[in-house]
Design a protein around this ligand. Structure first.
Ligand code: FMN
Length: 503
């Protein structure tokens, strides 16, 4: 049997990255407040609430699965937990693009407890109200919603917010353009219900892929297997024809009955603002719920960074997948690094990309691909292109490049009417679905400088750096020797601009 949430939590705890909270805490605003406050510290731990007001002992809730900490992300990727975000973005290029077929097993821990029909009662799980104006208890945040394309039979797994509406119903707010929403609409046009299974206590690797944009024809279970390097174990659903993870903590099975909508929200979102009330959100009616002994409801706080869960995971997923869209899918050369700063609304608002410029127009080509690629087209507003001697994960270097290599008259483009975002507060509500992208070219200017003319960047002589490195311990600084993005090269005296760089 493969890995489950608990095995990952054990490893996380062994690395000091999980705190258990045994004191009684209320589901209404208190768990949310604790998580938001703890998260203000970069690298804050995951929080397991074990004693929740009004809930049976053993009905637990795990918050802040990833947050701003790379240890937990690395462990979910089956990688060395000491790696930083830059290395994880690089490794993610293979990890997040690899498919491993899931395997079907006969039984699994998810069936340790099952209730059916009138006995289904989702209120036994400690669904929180996180923010003062949230419209209800959100059982679905760090969740995985499983449905099938009614025409092709392809399985989709997506993360969409879900509000508890009664003991056996919950809304699922997949916005227009998301796969589950399209499945519901197709099936309802035929006057038929759509089967759904919702994993409310999920697996870490599944959360990484279910919350990220994969193609409509892609089965996210295959990508989740790729992330951890071995297959996800699935069991057949009992009241639906859907596959469900055998090791899940909590799964509810049911249907979206034709034209059955309910209103939901507001809900505190990853933008750091409330997402408004939605009048018509598809309502799932459940006829079975399965859960492990001592089940764990997985929860994501949505908030401004670093207060929420949309930190390093969103940054790593986006950076590595944008890089692949450019280089592997389209063959654009010279890509040295991609970074979506987590503070930019979970990486969704900005992309920094470093390239080794190889021909006129290369910069705008890169920016235009990022503006249109499925993984990055949605929402995102600002794309900054820097040269290969600038580390896009280092905000200081990016700001330096913008200040010295970007000119406000020469190096700026605004692309209108792109894929917008319904929660973008910078536009009135009825205009939000049409967004715009701003491109900043913060590279050495190819148009105005011939090769070799651009002023030479200050850089240490490599031999001097190495001499200092050899003696670093002698000086007894309480500071690690830094990696430097580039070194002075003798040849650059003759030719001016040196493109010889060591990153
Ligand atoms: C914690 C979390 C909550 C999310 N909530 C929503 C949501 O309420 N509605 C939505 O459409 N997308 C939401 N997303 C984004 C989707 O999961 C993401 O766009 C994903 O690509 C959707 O899957 P799909 O491409 O298969 O439709 C959320 C993502 C995360 C990580």
């Amino acid at each position: 049997m493969g890995r489950d949430l608990r095995e990952w939590m054990d490893k996380v705890e062994a690395h000091g990255s999980l705190e258990r909270i045994q004191e009684e805490v209320h589901w209404e605003e208190e768990m949310g407040a604790i998580s938001y406050c703890v998260n203000q510290e970069l690298g804050a731990p995951a929080l397991l609430f074990e004693n929740i007001t009004g809930h049976e002992t053993g009905f637990r809730s795990l918050w802040n699965l990833f947050g701003s900490d790379t240890t937990r992300l690395a462990l979910a990727m089956n990688e060395d937990p000491s790696l930083g975000i830059k290395e994880l973005i690089s490794l993610g290029r293979d990890k997040f693009g690899t498919q491993i077929d899931p395997v079907f097993v006969d039984n699994g821990p998810v069936f340790e407890n099952s209730e059916y029909g009138a006995d289904v009662d989702l209120s036994k799980f400690p669904s929180p109200i996180t923010w003062p104006k949230d419209g209800g208890q959100y059982i679905g945040t760090a969740c995985a919603v499983i449905s099938k394309n009614p025409e092709t039979g392809t399985v989709n797994v997506g993360t969409y917010r879900g509000m508890l509406q009664s003991e056996n119903t919950a809304t699922v707010n997949a916005v227009k353009g998301k796969d589950m929403r399209a499945h519901v609409e197709t099936q309802w046009e035929r006057g038929e219900p759509l089967e759904v299974a919702i994993v409310y206590g999920t697996l870490p690797e599944l959360l990484l892929v279910s919350g990220s944009k994969y193609g409509e024809a892609d089965n996210e279970f295959e990508y989740a297997g790729g992330v951890r390097g071995n297959p996800i174990e699935l069991v057949e659903g009992e009241t639906t024809d859907l596959p469900i993870p055998a090791n899940a903590e909590i799964v509810a099975e049911g249907r979206f009955l034709p034209d059955d909508y309910e209103s939901e929200g507001p809900f505190g979102e990853f933008t750091g603002y409330y997402g408004e009330r939605v009048e018509q959100s598809p309502l799932a009616t459940f006829d079975a719920v399965h859960y492990r002994d001592d089940p764990i409801l997985t929860v994501a706080v949505e908030a401004d960074y670093p207060g929420g869960d949309n930190g390093v995971k969103a940054t790593a997923m986006r950076g590595s997948r944008i890089w692949n869209s450019l280089e592997r899918d389209l063959g654009v050369p010279g890509i040295e690094g991609v970074y979506n700063p987590p503070a930019a609304a979970g990486g969704g608002g900005m992309t920094f990309v470093s390239i080794e410029q190889q021909y006129p127009g290369h910069v705008n080509q890169v920016a235009s691909v990022i503006s249109g690629a499925p993984v990055s087209a949605y929402f995102q507003k600002l794309i900054v292109v820097v040269d290969e001697d600038v580390d896009p994960t280092d905000l200081n270097q990016v700001l330096w490049a913008i200040s010295t290599r970007f000119h406000p008259r020469e190096d700026i483009e605004v692309i209108e009417d792109t894929w917008g975002y319904p929660l973008d507060p910078s536009l009135p509500e009825d205009e939000r679905m049409y967004g715009a992208k701003l491109w900043l070219d913060a590279t050495k200017n190819y148009k105005h400088y011939d090769e070799g003319e651009f002023p030479e960047r200050l850089a240490l002589r490599r031999e001097t750096y190495e001499r200092v490195a050899d003696r670093w311990d002698e000086f007894d600084f309480d500071i690690d020797l830094p990696d430097l993005p580039t070194f002075y090269e003798e040849e650059s005296d003759e030719g001016g601009v040196s493109r010889s760089v060591d990153q």
